[in-house]
Design a binder for this molecule. Sequence first.
Ligand code: HEM
Length: 508
Amino acid sequence: MAVIPDIPANSGTKVFADIIFTLFGLGFILIPLYLIGLVVYNVYFHPLSQYPGPKFMAATRIPYMRMILSGRYPQKTKALHQQYGDVVRIAPDELSFTNGEAWKPIYGTRTGHSQKPKDYRFYAPTFGGNPSIIVSNDADHSRFRRLLSHAFSDSSLRGQEPIIKNYVDLLMQRLHENILDGKNAVDMVAWYNFTTFDIIGDLAFGESFDCLKNSEYHPWISILFSSLKYAAYTNVARRLPGSKYLVPLITPKKIVSRRNTHLALTEEKVKGRITKSNERPDFFGNILKHNNTEKGFSFPELITNGSTLIIAGSETTATLLSGVTYLLLRNPLVLAKLQDEIRSAFTKEEEITLESCNKLEYCLAVLTETLRMYPPVAVGLPRIVDAQGDMIAGNWVPGGTIVSVSQLSASHSPANFKDPEKFIPERHMDDPRFANDSKTAMQPFSFGPRNCIGRNLAYVEMRIILARMVFNFDMELDQPEQDWTDQECFVLWDKPKLMVRLKPRHTV
Ligand code: HEM
């Protein structure tokens, strides 16, 4: 008779527990081994291992994520370029460039290479996942850009001039009311923001945000910056496994709720615009003529694009105007030369128009130099190299690598510009001292088919507003010891107040 071994009643559970225990044990050993292997591979054997950069940034993406969340991405990348040269490996599969020759291969199109796709993890997710002109595949992008470009043509700009002028008139009036003959310092960041948001609100939705009228931010704008910080959190979360669940988990509730309010307000504004005439020379006139056709925008696309136009078109221009005011007041000789140009060109304020401002060469050079010193979009905008790989500024880059030109690093690089930390507008006026400057290295409006559609509009606003500020007021910084450009940056700069004392030259 066979002897049946004495098996304890709970032996099944014990075997199961043993298996789990062994798996845990293996995991405990294998996962760290895998991670160590990955780090060693990334640093020493990865196809990008020959590129310069700190080893800890080549090893894992964690330092990149910390850099994004720190709000110091442009400054830290600039410091890396100063240490390692014109190409730096800033993450295991990502390179940052500063050489002017990198713009075309990364952002342009060339024979044999189609447009490199954007790395969308870098951009905030759009409303309901619907495409916007900035976050869209090539087909949607062409559809949006074709209908929108009408609003940015020279003839549309001329049609928009009276709208812009109304708001600049109101800005001047409000400043005269608020400055108490130079005794009262005013926050020029706020006043420039009020003006550019009112202008873009009118050009996008047919009604301003009434910031200048009420001398305060509209709630839509107060919450805007949260939506930029949202992009920093989603950028980090979307690089981790299970990102779908992580984004809501790691993004602060306040930021999510403010973003939702922003989208609800945009929806309301779009609904308001639809009820107005399509003959206005604004952004939506031409688009709405194609409503309900294949070429047109769906309602959710009107919302995503409306939101994009407001953010892209107002914060950037206000940033540049704040920057130029600060840099002029820190550089009295440049300010004196600009005052001389503007005050001798015009005897009456009404003479300051789109056309007459185009003749102010020094004013243009001052604005261009500000775009170099303090670019409103200071970060590198990431693109993905096509599978076949590509040569970028003399470097072979394998397919799948994420690449960008870091705007702040490129325009502050001593390899590109002589005395890069000095504010010298003459470098943009053929001054022989700067003959070797690499002008193509700075592309503040980006490059290629997805460059800034609003560049000319931005120049119109910047030239008219700067000319009228200098024509109307003598200005001085209220806190001259403060380094105002020392700011955090979440795609756009998080600007502190810029307190300026204004003394009127004329009364209105
Ligand atoms: C000084 C002012 C400005 C600067 C420095 C600037 C800079 C830029 C940059 C760097 C991009 C590329 C973004 C990317 O690739 O992700 C861009 C795109 C864009 N900008 Fe501007 N911008 C300015 C003013 C404006 C204005 C006034 C508007 C008017 C609404 C505008 C509308 C846009 C739009 C719609 C895009 C997306 C274009 C596309 O993807 O086809 N921008 N801008």
